[in-house]
Design a protein. Structure first.
Length: 397
């Protein structure tokens, strides 16, 4: 995607920066995308495969380095918060309760990694990712902040390291035990390609995404949720319990459930006596297998087969992992009633957020109309829809 795509937003944000901070002398402007995961949900912290891609929507920042150690941050999306202020040396894990926890967590993490930052900054942030949607607005601002710090303070490291720093920040500063997928997808994003990532080995390859006669449509339930107060950490703990039981039973030292094939899991799963824990583990292993198969489907142009795997993924997330809920189930059920739909599934952590849908272009308008009407009839409020394109990772504008 050409950087000119961002020019109108860039110009507007520089003016807003001047309005908030007095002038816009010496500013720099940056962008980091959001992401959508095509398939491979809740496999990343289980050492499995994921297939995300970066989007052309994301988070922007206008930034200027200060001569003192003050951090002044303002979000166009949360104007009622005003300018959030603080000092670099006074950042404390779990000590920030608003959106600024994500960029501040990156500053804290950089310092913990020996990349000390002495001068503060003025920063205005704007995102066109729906907040709490499951399109990784939090990881987007983390990768944005990491890119800003690297560029403006002169640190040298690659985008894989950037992703790992973001995960560390999320885990340690914000207390969410996320896997690596979100940060990796955003930092390593490539136009028109998904990323087939083995989260166990960190090996990855770019997979060209040619949707042919179809488009990707994001359907946002508009039910807000935050990872920290969801059951995300609980699901991760349940998978860890399953892994411990399997290792004990088999005498192996597996690092993650997804090191098991479907056949291997089926042969040892009876050692997990708790039916709920067993279902959680089953989802992880079977979802990993679906993701590997999905890459083959994409490579061969089999959109029908790819879509069927998407739908199977949602069913598993609903029945075995239990992370969907009425809103996501309704929006997927309504999608699957429509003509021209190859597949539909929730994306992200769940408990609200979005679905991703592969829909024939000629049916896109009818899809949005009909799914929107069915969803509002059952849930009582509107969903939002976005026809999205796949884009690049963090960049200077």
């Amino acid at each position: 995607m050409d950087i000119s795509f961002h020019d109108a937003i860039k110009e507007r944000l520089i003016k807003e920066f001047a309005g908030i901070f007095g002038d816009s002398k010496g500013v720099s402007v940056f962008f980091a995308p959001g992401r959508v995961n095509l398939i491979g949900e809740h496999t990343d912290y289980n050492g499995g495969h994921v297939l995300p891609c970066a989007l052309t929507i994301g988070t922007y920042a206008v930034v200027r380095i200060r001569e003192d150690d003050l951090l002044n941050m303002y979000s166009v999306n949360f104007p009622d918060d005003g300018i959030t202020t603080g000092k670099i040396g006074e950042l404390v894990p779990r000590g920030v309760s608003n959106w600024s926890a994500y960029p501040k967590g990156m500053i804290y993490t950089f310092a913990k990694e020996g990349m000390s930052i002495e001068k503060g900054l003025d920063m205005l942030v704007y995102g066109n990712i729906p907040n709490g949607s499951g399109l990784s607005s939090s990881a987007s601002i983390e990768m944005l902040m990491g890119h800003i710090l690297r560029e403006m303070y002169g640190f040298e490291f690659d985008n894989v390291k950037l992703a790992l720093l973001g995960q560390k920040s999320e885990n340690e500063f914000n207390g969410v035990k996320c896997g690596i997928m979100d940060q990796f997808a955003i930092s390593m994003g490539k136009d028109s390609s998904a990323i087939f990532l083995n989260t166990n080995t960190m090996e990855y390859e770019y997979v060209p995404v040619d949707t042919g006669d179809a488009v990707l449509i994001i359907a946002c339930t508009n039910k807000k949720r935050g990872l920290g107060d969801s059951k995300y950490n609980e699901r991760r703990s349940e998978c860890e319990q399953a892994l411990e039981l399997i290792n004990k039973e088999t005498g192996r030292s597996l690092n993650g459930l997804c090191e098991l094939s479907v056949e291997e899991f089926d042969s040892v799963s009876d050692c997990i006596k708790d039916a709920v824990i067993k279902k959680r583990a089953k989802h992880a292993v079977y979802e990993d297998a679906r993701t590997v198969s999905a890459v083959r489907m994409l490579a061969s142009g089999d959109l029908k087969g790819f879509g069927e795997l998407m739908t199977s993924s949602h069913i598993s997330l609903k029945d075995d992992y239990e992370v969907t809920g009425d809103e996501l189930d309704t929006i997927v059920e309504e999608a699957l009633k429509c003509d021209g739909v190859y597949g539909a599934r929730m994306t992200g952590a769940g408990f609200g957020g979005c679905s991703v849908n592969l829909v024939k272009k000629s049916y896109a308008d009818d899809f949005i109309k009909n799914v929107g009407a069915g969803y509002k009839s059952k849930i009582g409020y509107d969903a939002s829809f976005y026809i999205v394109n796949i884009g690049n990772g963090p960049m200077n504008l």
